[in-house]
Design a protein around this ligand. Structure first.
Ligand code: UDP
Length: 495
């Protein structure tokens, strides 16, 4: 008789940058054929996922009831993708209302399986309270961070300690992470910079971050060999399983199915890139939900025009405008910019959404000017593409620090959405990375070495298992081992 599969419950926060890595992880676990997966989210996100999952997928989608209007959110808003950034706090607070529904959902799942509990709950970094439900039912609980070890170690330490509050200096070290060296106040979002421990962001984040320490394990979408320092921080801090299992990424095909608003088809994009010489194009994108100010946008356009390189730029309305509204090139770009680049064939403006992985994997690509969201970082490094960093939010500032100071595959060009930038400086950085300068060559070579390390980490061959695949096995084995055991036993054993 075939052995009954154990069930894993997965619950990401309602933002595409969180749902996508969870989905990629679910698809990877599904591939092992050893587990069933229950994927939980709000109704509209589940609806979208339903149309996206391949018809033969065994992933079971379950809804948590949610009405955005009950939480001072616009009607039918269940995903940060479709919301201006300032609504993030509403979505955070709304997520706290899921607790009784999630408890009921777990209880129903157990009843349906004649008393058999899920082997594990994997929840989002912002849904720390899931730990309490897992605890109630005696279920192994892990947090999956779609980000990297270093970026999140800095993010965690900054929010928990608010070190900038205890100094008059603009520079400071992290009290529990001095190895990360100096930080500058410009490497913080406005929310973090003004946080004093009692504001709504601090209250939510500090509570949810403190819940991480109670999880049985933390999964990171990263690779041990390139991100050791940050992972060491969490191992030291929590003494729990800290498992680097990345990169866990959606394939280009599945990414395409998750979006309907491509500004250009992957084929058209490929045709354009095919016509360009090898290693001659810079790709510019600020991720799925961020944008820059109107004046920064103008300077960036001038830089792309002035640097003489081929480029693909994903454009969205600047700060202060609805990110999903029509792009007004006449207003936000230098006069005649769009026509000029069309005629010269040197640049491609993509509205809203580009097939990023296809672009990064093309041989014509040379560099990626990115906000350094972690998915973008992994996608770039998986294809050996060096980066030009322009962090704007969350832990992106610390991702750039890791990439530039510790790995050597990135140069930072600007910080934040409001800072003053000059097109001459952007041109200089673009040339530094793309030209045959000593530094440029060094970065490109390093990026190729990192690509090899990443390829190895996810190898799963008869005679060789990469570090990320090993870490995933260890994690799943620990969850299986817990069945019938006292949860406390494994807490003392950091990996
Ligand atoms: N992305 C894309 N096309 C775009 C913009 C973004 O395919 O035009 C994808 C990108 O490949 C990545 C994700 O969206 O997988 C963005 O995630 P990331 O962590 O880089 O940034 P976030 O959007 O969460 O800030």
């Amino acid at each position: 008789m075939a052995q009954k599969k154990e069930n894993i419950v997965m619950f990401p926060f309602m933002a595409q940058g969180h749902i996508n890595p969870f989905l990629a992880l679910a698809l990877r676990i599904e591939k092992t054929k050893k587990f069933t997966i229950t994927f939980v989210n709000t109704p509209l996100n589940i609806k979208k996922l339903r149309s996206f999952l391949p018809s033969n997928s065994s992933i079971h989608l379950l809804e948590i009831p949610f009405n955005s209007s009950d939480h001072d959110l616009p009607p039918n808003s269940e995903n940060m993708d479709s919301l201006p950034y300032h609504f993030l706090i509403n979505l955070f607070q709304a997520s706290l209302s899921f607790k009784p529904h999630f408890r009921k959902l777990i209880s129903n799942l157990i009843q349906e399986k004649n008393g058999q509990k899920p082997v594990c709950i994997i929840s989002d970094m912002f849904l720390g309270w899931c730990e309490e439900i897992a605890q109630e039912f005696g279920i192994f609980h892990a947090i999956f961070l779609g980000g990297g070890g270093f970026g999140f170690a800095c993010y965690y330490s900054l929010w928990v300690n608010l070190p900038h509050r205890s100094t008059d200096s603009e520079e400071f070290v992290l009290p529990d992470f001095p190895e990360a060296s100096l930080f500058h106040v410009t490497q913080m979002t406005d929310f973090l910079r003004s946080a004093d421990g009692s504001d709504s962001y601090s209250s939510f984040l500090r509570k949810t971050l403190s819940q991480w320490s109670k999880a049985d394990g933390i999964l990171f979408n990263t690779v041990e060999e390139i991100d050791k320092l940050g992972l060491t921080y969490f191992r030291r801090k929590f003494g729990r399983q800290v498992c680097p299992i990345g990169p866990v990424l959606l394939t280009p095909g599945s990414q395409a199915r998750s979006r309907r608003d491509f500004g250009i088809s992957p084929e058209e994009c490929k045709n354009w890139l095919d016509k360009k010489p090898s290693c001659s194009v810079i790709y510019v994108s600020f991720g799925s939900m961020n944008t820059i100010s109107a004046s920064q946008m103008m300077q960036l356009a001038m830089a792309l025009e002035g640097c003489g390189k081929n480029f693909i730029w994903v454009v969205r309305p600047p700060l202060g405008f609805d990110i999903n509204s029509e792009f007004r090139a006449n207003e936000w770009l230098p006069e005649g910019f769009e026509e000029k680049i069309k005629v010269s064939g040197r640049g491609l403006l993509v509205h809203k959404w580009a097939p990023q992985v296809e672009i990064l994997s093309h041989k014509s690509l040379s560099a990626f000017l990115s906000h350094c969201g972690w998915n973008s970082v992994l996608e770039s490094l998986s294809h050996g593409v060096p980066m030009i960093g322009w962090p704007v939010a969350a832990e992106q500032f610390y991702n750039v620090k890791l990439l530039e100071d510790m790995i050597g595959v990135c140069v930072e060009v600007a910080r934040g959405k409001r800072s003053e930038v000059f097109h001459e400086d952007i041109v200089e950085k673009i040339k530094l990375v793309m030209n045959e300068s000593e530094k440029g060559k060094e970065m490109r070579e390093k990026a190729l070495q990192i690509k090899e390390i990443i390829d190895n980490a996810i190898k799963d061959e008869e005679n060789f298992k990469g570090s990320s695949m090993e870490a995933m096995d260890q994690f799943l084995n620990a969850a299986l081992k817990l069945r019938g055991e006292d949860k406390g036993k494994i807490h003392g054993a950091p990996s």
